[in-house]
Design a protein around this ligand. Structure first.
Ligand SMILES: Cc1ncc(COP(=O)(O)O)c(C=O)c1O
Length: 478
């Protein structure tokens, strides 16, 4: 089959490939059984990344236009001509759902991350070698007899909420009774629940720019208007909330004050106080995402207290915590604290949504927090992450010198750097992938050109140097 597709700007490349093939199948130009070019060949011919062609072929396969068989390649489906009449218009449905489509660049990064030959400096999670597998095996083998196997309390099991209450007091200085705590499937779900339960389409929210990548489509899907709070080396600038409120009537502020993702900044105690005061005066609730708060690296002072601890009894903060960064993201356990009215409302939403997370997972999470397992794991992770951060910092200095500027992070997983000679984000990501390393360019987080987030937690420690070497080569060769 001869592909004469001219790639143009303005539409994701994979969509152009899908459309090109779909139109030719529908018009009969491509007969059933026609052999399509192999992914690698088509990628070479169109001068695009192979994973872009993979994504396009995946979609065509999912929609029944093509079939792939080991040994005989990818062909137009035998029954493709009938598709128009037999299959519902899934593409139409898919484009109309309320959730935003995943950005093609993000999809490309995560596809590439799955390839064993690539070094992953993009994904914000710990490498498998850092997973607490043994501890989890032991806990799973000894589930308590009272484990909840029915539909439990939509706020989460009382015993786990009481354990989280003690955990927050002991490790974060947050005093919160169990009835003001709700168990979530991680902070991402917490953000989703807050947005869907407490906001309406058109509401204005303020959030840090740049911000955690997955929060951006979540807010866009809910139809809320996002207004940026600039972040400098001391974290977000609180007085901007006032300015934004005057212009847009801000309904909620979303912040990550400690080891912010992606910039790694710590909001100073003065700015924390100022943010709390401004929001109290304007009666704007604050949603504090503390996913990374416990991961201060060795040799640094403890971070300032969370906003939820500083605001105390004022009930103006909804606080989100998670086991994802300090224990295992695959456990899918987090929590949310807030005023009783909010917790009760969200518990009701939870009943409509999924009835809450598994009682088995909750029993394991309770053991992780109630025994010394969590604290021990955090000590181990801090020391491992400190080693990895130092390796990455050293490699960045050696390979990039002055060509990449960054502040050495005091916590968590990432280095946020700025290239001296900015390269178009997508070009940089694609060139890096061709060199065998996956990195997250700044636009994924809403930043301007030239920024890059490099994660030292996600690949084996021994691969960090090679990852930086490949990135440097990709950047230099451009
Ligand atoms: C700031 C921030 N919030 C939330 C999340 C989502 O975490 P969870 O696995 O708890 O849903 C992440 C994950 O990277 C994050 O960095």
């Amino acid at each position: 089959m001869d592909v004469r597709l001219k790639i143009t700007d303005g539409e994701p490349v994979y969509r152009q490939i899908v459309r090109y093939i779909e139109e030719r199948v529908r018009s009969g130009e491509l007969a059933p059984g026609t052999l399509l070019p192999a992914e690698r060949k088509l990628a070479e011919q169109l001068q695009v990344n192979r994973s872009t062609v993979s994504v396009a072929y995946d979609e065509l396969r999912a929609r029944g236009f093509i079939r792939s068989k080991q040994g005989s390649g990818t062909r137009v489906s035998e029954d493709a001509w009938g598709l128009e009449f037999r299959a519902p218009d899934w593409a139409g449905y898919v484009s109309q759902g309320i959730f935003q489509p995943t950005l093609p660049l993000v999809r490309l990064l995560w596809e590439e991350n799955r390839r064993a030959e690539n070094i992953n400096l993009a994904r914000g999670e710990m490498a498998p070698e850092l997973w607490p597998v043994k501890q989890l095996q032991a806990l799973a083998a000894e589930l308590p007899p009272q484990v909840q196997l029915g539909y439990g309390d939509p706020r989460g099991e009382k015993s786990l909420r009481s354990t989280v209450s003690r955990h927050l007091a002991d490790h974060y200085g947050i005093r919160m009774p169990a009835h003001r705590i709700l168990i979530t499937a991680g902070s991402q779900q917490g953000l989703h629940l807050v947005t869907q339960s407490l906001l309406r389409p058109g509401d204005a929210v303020a959030l840090e720019k740049p911000s955690y990548a997955y929060s951006l489509p979540l807010f866009a899907s809910a139809g809320v208007r996002m207004f940026p709070l600039p972040v400098d080396e001391d974290g977000l600038v609180p007085d901007e909330v006032m300015a934004l409120h005057r212009r847009h009537r801000i309904r909620m502020v979303f912040v990550t004050p400690t080891h912010q993702n992606p910039t790694g900044t710590l909001l100073t105690p003065e700015r924390r106080r100022r943010l709390i005061d401004i929001c109290a005066d304007l009666r704007i609730p604050i949603v504090e995402d503390d996913a990374h708060g416990a991961l201060t690296l060795d040799g640094n002072p403890p971070p300032p207290p969370p906003l939820a601890a500083m605001a105390g009894a004022d009930q103006q903060v909804i606080y989100l915590g998670t086991l994802s960064k300090t224990f295992a993201p695959g456990l899918r356990v987090g929590w949310m604290t807030g005023p009783t009215t909010v917790i009760d409302r969200i518990a009701g939403v939870r009943e409509q949504m999924d009835f809450g997370i598994s009682g088995i997972t909750q029993a394991i999470a309770e053991q992780v927090l109630a025994t010394g397992i969590w604290a021990e794991n955090v000590r181990r992770l801090r020391s491992e992450l400190t080693k990895r951060r130092n390796i990455m910092v050293d490699c960045l200095h050696r390979y990039f010198g002055d060509d990449l500027t960054f502040t050495i992070p005091q916590g968590s997983y990432h280095i946020w750097g700025k290239m001296k000679h900015p390269v178009r984000d997508r070009d940089l990501a694609e060139r890096a992938i061709r060199s065998g390393v996956v990195i997250a360019p700044g636009s994924v987080y809403g930043a301007g050109p030239g920024y890059v987030r490099l994660t030292y937690a996600s690949s084996p420690e021994a691969d960090i140097e090679e990852g930086i070497r490949r990135l440097h080569r990709a950047w230099k060769d451009g």
